[in-house]
Design a protein. Structure first.
Length: 473
């Protein structure tokens, strides 16, 4: 066996033993200040050099024994990496492509409550203005998922997670005007394997009404994850655990935090379970459905969250009121004068010979991020005042990842966009058979997100582009 390979095995064994020792003494893992983490790491590695490394000759004998190494050392070997998905395949549509050099594993390492490799975080940015956060088990500086709880045929190995792993709208947000990520994510009842998707459910877990019901796994194999980036001004957070309040420092210039706790008893049925079910997976600019009760910033300001058990947002999330996310720099929002353009509407026939209204206009600005999308609204005569049709200007075909991420592509300045007014919705799944005779009115707006959340009403402004009227015979 070559010396570098032997060194890698020994280092990994020490890391695993360290994680097991840390996890055994705590019910919950938490990142602390980076300076303290380095100090603790120095103390641990000093202990390794002083006591564990005295057994080096014995370890060498076991390693050189070959076949007995896995059983004797308890090492976790690497299996086949998790397959990548094409969520970042198109740099001009959907989330876009990954910005070169933007993928970083953060200096965060949190012990698992029951041992094994610690948990870590990774971030990346895309060509369409999105920033994503990923969480997984940490081994040799890489995010991995473990072969357990039904994942990877329970092979007991570590499987490296690609940059496209577990990417959805929940853990992706829009970067601010300086390219920084602000997002806080809650994911409860996640498998300890950190594998994509849920491969087993703890006893009492809410089961889907459709499709196969996953097998039951021990509650001990479930974790609650609370993680995010609070911005460069965040210095610490206060959270509640075990009936006590704790204040710990965030990590790095992004204000990163990560809490990993054991799974909790579930009551997902009936009225008692409605609240817990609502908080199974959620995201906001401040922590929601989490044990965090306050965020503290470097200028002495603090955001005392009004409640951790519901969805909260913006200044009203804090007492006293504090703009959230704190330190967020808005991106440039187009003005009405920049967008205004004539809207052309004409009557055409579809393939079945029915009348349609063809709507077209020229975009005066470029839309090259997920922030902006053009929307057509129209109202037909004789329908209720509040009844209107809606159509998005999604030009071309783009990849949509499980329906959670907008798939609209880039729009160039000077590009002609078209949409068709067809049948009018009059109820759930009900449409008028054809366009109504009379005057149909409509308008086009640019829905533009001026905050970090995707397609959220609280973060979106609607800027008029133009309107039209057309007579249907």
């Amino acid at each position: 066996m070559r010396v570098p390979e032997l060194q890698r095995i020994l280092v990994r064994a020490a890391r695993q033993e360290e994680a097991l020792a840390d996890g055994a003494g705590s019910r919950a893992g938490w990142i602390g200040a980076s300076g303290r983490a380095r100090l603790n790491a120095h103390r641990r590695w000093s202990g390794l050099r002083g006591s564990r490394w005295r057994a080096l000759p014995v370890v060498l004998l076991v390693v050189l024994g070959g076949a007995a190494v896995a059983l004797a050392s308890g090492l976790i070997s690497f299996g086949t990496p998790v397959a990548s998905v094409p969520v970042f395949a198109n740099p001009q549509a959907g989330l876009g492509g990954i910005v070169p050099g933007s993928v970083h594993v953060l200096p965060v390492s949190v012990a698992d409550p029951r041992g094994g490799p610690p948990w870590g975080m990774r971030v990346l940015s895309t060509t369409r203005g999105a920033g994503c956060i990923q969480v997984g088990r940490l081994l040799d500086g890489e995010l991995v998922a473990l072969g357990q709880d039904g994942a990877f045929d329970n092979d007991g190995r570590a499987h490296e997670l690609p940059a496209s792993a577990n990417i959805q709208r929940l853990n992706c947000s829009l970067v601010d005007g300086r390219g920084r990520i602000f997002d806080s994510i809650t994911q409860k009842s996640q498998p300890a394997s950190a594998a994509q998707g849920v491969h087993c459910r703890a006893p009492g877990r809410y089961s889907p009404s459709r499709g196969p019901v996953p097998r039951t796994c021990p509650l001990a194999d479930e974790r609650n994850l609370f993680y995010g980036l609070l911005g460069p001004d965040a210095r610490s957070v206060t959270y509640a655990a075990g009936g006590q309040s704790h204040t710990v420092a965030t990590v790095g210039p992004d204000g990163a935090y990560l809490i990993v706790t054991p799974g909790t008893t579930h009551r997902f049925s009936g009225a008692d379970g409605r609240l817990e079910r609502a908080g199974l997976a959620d995201a906001d600019v401040v922590p929601v459905y989490s044990p965090i009760t306050a965020i503290h910033y470097r200028n002495g300001a603090s955001c005392h969250l009004l409640t951790a058990e519901r969805w909260i947002y913006g200044p009203t999330a804090c007492a006293p009121e504090l703009p959230e996310p704190f330190g967020y720099v808005e991106d440039h929002t187009p003005t009405r004068a920049q967008l205004a353009t004539p809207i052309h509407a004409s009557l055409v026939h579809d393939r079945a010979g029915r009348l349609e209204i063809l709507v077209r206009f020229i975009s005066r600005v470029a839309i090259s991020s997920l922030r902006g999308e053009y929307v057509l609204q129209w109202h037909e005569p004789g329908t209720p005042r509040g009844a209107y049709g809606v159509e998005w200007f999604d030009q071309g075909v783009s990849y949509s990842y499980d329906g959670l991420i907008p798939s609209n592509p880039n729009i160039a300045a000077g590009q002609t966009l078209t949409a068709r007014v067809e049948q009018m919705p009059v109820g759930p799944g009900l449409f008028l058979p054809s366009l109504r005779a009379g005057i149909t009115t409509g308008n086009i707006t640019l829905r533009y997100a001026n905050g970090p959340l995707m397609r959220a009403a609280e973060d979106t402004v609607q800027i008029p582009v133009g309107s039209f009227r057309v007579r249907v015979p």
